[in-house]
Design a protein. Sequence first.
Lengths: 213, 208
Amino acid sequence: MTGIISDNVGRPSGLIKAASGGTSTGAWTKIKTLTAGADSTLDFVDGTDDVVLDSTYPIYRFSFINIHAETSGEKFTVNFRDGGSAYDATKTTSYFLAYQDEAGSGDAALSYITSKDLAQSTDAQPIAQDTNVDNDASISGYLHLFNPSSTTFVKHFISNTQSMTLSSGNPYSYQAFVTGYCNVTAAIDGVQFSMSSGNIDSGKIKLYGLGDS
Amino acid sequence: MSGIIAQNTLDNSGLVKAPAGGSDAWTFISKTTASADATVSITSGIDSTYKLYLITLKDVHRADGSEAWLGFNLSTDGGSNYDATKTSNLFNTHHRENDTSASISYNDAQDLAQSTADVNISTGIELGVDSDASLCGTIYLYDPSNTTFVKHFLIKTAFMSYYSANPWTVNTNVGGYANTTSAVDAVQFKMNSGNIDAGDFCLYGLTT
C-alpha cells in the first residue's frame, strides 16, 4: 500500500481501503445491534433481520451494554435454539460470582452458585446477578459462543458480566462468570436474551463475528 | 455519507472512511488446523507488529488414548525450544451433567512457580474423547516482543471432560507470565500424552 491511503492507516480520519472480507475493519465484524425498549426478549436468529449466526464465523461475541431491567430481583438470561423455533437447547453450565458491596463492609467474596448452574436442562441460563431497577443500575459484559454451526461437537460458551445489584437494600458490584455447553450436535442458529420475569427495559446487545481467514 | 464512499461501505474493496477514533482492530494473522498432530506450533507472526495478541482455540479434540490434558508453552528462540520460565495461577469451575458435583477451586497442583513445564490449560483434567467433546477458549499474550518486562498471558477455556464416565463442563482460568525479558516469538500446544486429533488455532493481533 502506498501514497495517501497508506498514510491514513491508523488515523481517525481520511480514506482507507475497505476491509477485506466485509463490513468492518479488523477480524471482528459487527453483525447486528439490538436495542431494547421494554422488550420481553431480544432474539438473534440466523437469516433474520440481517443476522448471521452460521458457519461464516467460528466464534461469535455478544456484547451487553447497560442492560436495564424493568423488574427488580430478576435474572438476565440466555437460551439457544437448536432446531425448530423453541429456545430450548439442553445445557450443562457452571456459575460463579465475585462481589463487593459499596459500603466496603467486608461483604466481598468469590462464590459458586449452585442455584444458577444447569445440569442437562433446557431452562434459560442466568448470566448476571439479580437485576436492580435503580436508574443508574445496569448490566454490561459479553458472551462468546464457539462454532455454533458445528454438527460434530457440543457448543461451548463463556460469559462474563458486571452489574450493580441490590442485596438487602445495599448496592453491590457483582461479576458473574458462566461457562458451559449446549449438549447438542445440531447447529445453534438462534440466541435469545430475556429476563426471568418482566421486560428488558433498555440497553443494547451487539453481535460480532470473528473471522479466521 | 454520500457518493462513492457511501457506495463502498460494506464492500470488500475500494475506499472507505477511516473509523472514527482510529483503527483499533483485531487483525487475523494465521490459522493452524490440527490433524492427529503431536504438537501445534505458531512460529511466525508473533513479533513487535502488535502489542497484544489473541489466540483462539476452536473445538480442540484429542485422540483416543490415556487420560490427557492440553498444555501451552512459549519460546524465545523462534520455536527451537518451548521452555520459557513461567509463574502462573489457575482456578477452575466444574459441573457434572448428572448434577452430582459442582464447584470452583484454586488448583495448586496445576499452577507453576518458575517452571519451564507446559501451562496446563485444561486444569489437569482429561479432555473428553467422545466424538462430540472438545475444548474452546482464548489466550491473550501481552507485548511479547518487549525486552524490558516479563510477558503476561491470560487464558480462559471451556471444555467437556469425563470422570468416572460422567461428563462435566469445566472452565479453566489461567493468569501468568513468562519470566523473561527476552522476546517471545513462538508458542506451542501439545497434549501431555497422545496427539491433538483436531482443532483450529487462530492468531490475531490488535492494532492500537
